[in-house]
Design a protein around this ligand. Structure first.
Ligand SMILES: [Zn+2]
Length: 291
């Protein structure tokens, strides 16, 4: 059942890809047409970034059988998969510490509490669309401002799941709720700086998600985009910029256009994954991407 429905979802995605603007091609050394969004490599050389997990998700969503042989819950399983996707960098601390869930009234409060986490919201937020299944909110600063090597260095991010309007399941065969693992691995991909792929493969960063989808493993394309984003990939001959390399590598990931950012002080981003299968990306309050 899930497999058949998945085929349908894939077909819908094809039409989405067809309507997408063509990938920008640029020569090495040209001004960047897109910006990488990433953590500093030095923050990924040790135990990884700490992202905490709200206890209400653990208590209300997980059952004992969800843990793997190492006793790791579904969030830890997904962070381990991202960690295994790059030989040089460790993205996440495993296991994620379980903490008291944080339930702020406004989304921006999560950004200012000094703790990065994955939280459950049962009230959602007046300022965030009710069609969002989950959001990744991030804050970053512009590095190499105004140069061709400009990028956004992430300094804080959180993932908040919309339990007011939606149900999630850890049973990958269930078709009556959204697959928890699939939503989390997609949001964790945003958390470490990945945008959406325009691919029809099994990328977990595809821009559409249906109640029938269960994609729980980063694809070869996801790993390539991660390596490109962090500069750990072997670059194609004649290309000096990993931005250019990733853009010309075929169906790549969508990055942040510099024109989306009006101020040079800092960047605040919000990415909504919606129940209708679309994703909406806001930067400094402005919608810059939706599909
Ligand atoms: Zn997304």
């Amino acid at each position: 059942m899930k497999r058949i429905a998945r085929l349908l979802a894939t077909l819908l995605l094809v039409s989405c890809v067809k309507d997408a603007p063509p990938a920008t091609r640029q020569a090495a050394g040209a001004s960047a047409a897109s910006l990488d969004v990433k953590w500093s490599n030095s923050s990924l050389n040790g135990v990884g970034i700490q992202i905490s997990l709200g206890d209400s998700i653990v208590n209300d969503q997980f059952v004992g059988a969800d843990n793997d042989g190492s006793g790791h819950n579904p969030v830890d399983q997904m962070t381990k998969l991202w960690n295994a996707s790059n030989a040089s960098l460790k993205f996440f601390q495993v296991p994620a510490p379980v903490v008291a869930n944080r339930a702020y009234a406004t989304i921006r409060e999560y950004e200012n509490d000094g703790q990065q986490g994955i939280y459950k919201s049962v009230n959602w937020f007046a300022e965030v669309d009710s069609r969002a299944l989950a959001v990744t909110q991030y804050r970053g600063i512009r590095r190499n401002y105004g140069t061709s090597s400009e990028y956004i260095e992430l300094t804080h991010a959180d993932i908040i799941m919309n339990y007011r309007d939606y149900n999630f399941t850890t049973d990958e065969n269930s078709v009556i709720a959204y697959d928890f693992h699939t939503v989390i691995i997609h949001e964790l991909g945003h958390f470490i700086g990945l945008g959406h792929t325009r691919s029809t493969d099994d990328s977990v960063m595809r821009s559409s998600l249906s109640i029938f989808d269960a994609d729980r493993t980063p694809s070869a394309l996801d790993k390539q985009n991660l390596a490109n984003n962090y500069g750990t990939a072997a670059l194609a001959p004649g290309r000096s910029s990993f931005i250019a390399a990733s853009v010309t590598a075929g169906p790549s990931q969508k990055k942040l256009p510099p024109s989306a950012i009006e101020d040079d002080q800092g960047v605040h981003g919000l990415i909504e994954l919606r129940a209708d299968g679309s994703c909406h990306h806001y930067v400094n309050g402005k919608l810059i991407e939706s599909h």
